[in-house]
Write a protein that binds this ligand. Structure first.
Ligand SMILES: NC(=O)N[C@@H](O)C(=O)O
Ligand code: NI
Length: 170
């Protein structure tokens, strides 16, 4: 069987571009209102969490180390019972690889984004994504996701006939 090779090149992360996959959590060019007697801007409801009934929302810190690039994207995962948000804590850029929800990720619909260190992402429930892709050793992310009963992580491994390669282009 022939091997199909798909090259992914990260595009800048924007609210509009990420809409099919979830929310971008950022203050730049976003609406806010003043609180705390005028000392604080509130960038209100940039994203919402999704969890199934009876489950809770937890807040975590992930400390991640870069993989080697060009990266062979072997798999994607999804969380069918809840959303998952990542917010960089140390101000470093990182990468996001996603595909729209569905029974299995469609290789042709996989998108890669270059996220600035001031941008977070909130994957909506069921959105296929690669585990966190740090670009800086021991980078840290605040992660908001679901805690509850049952499996909340489906993994899909691509067949050997599909080689999805993520290259750095910056
Ligand atoms: N497994 C886990 O908690 N992390 C992944 O879901 C991820 O998206 O990094
Ligand atoms: Ni995840």
């Amino acid at each position: 069987m022939p091997v199909t090779e798909l090259m992914l090149k990260p595009e800048p992360l924007t609210k509009e571009g990420f809409t099919p996959f979830g929310d971008v959590i950022e203050a730049e060019n976003r609406d806010y209102f003043m609180i705390n007697n005028g000392s604080t801007r509130r960038y209100h409801k940039l994203a919402t969490t999704q969890v199934d009934e009876g489950s809770g929302v937890i807040i975590n810190i992930f400390q991640a180390t870069p993989l080697s690039y060009p990266l062979h994207i072997m798999m994607l995962e999804r969380h069918p019972k809840g959303s998952q948000a990542f917010m960089p804590l140390l101000g470093n850029d990182y990468l996001v690889v996603v595909a729209p929800p569905g029974e299995a990720p469609d290789p042709a619909s996989i998108r890669a984004f270059h996220a600035k260190g001031s941008q977070g992402v909130n994957y909506h429930q069921g959105v296929w994504h690669h585990p966190v892709l740090a670009l800086t050793p021991n980078d840290q992310f605040l992660v908001v996701d679901r805690e509850g009963a049952g499996n909340n992580c489906d993994e899909f491994f691509f067949s050997e006939q599909i080689r999805v390669i993520l290259a750095l282009n910056f």
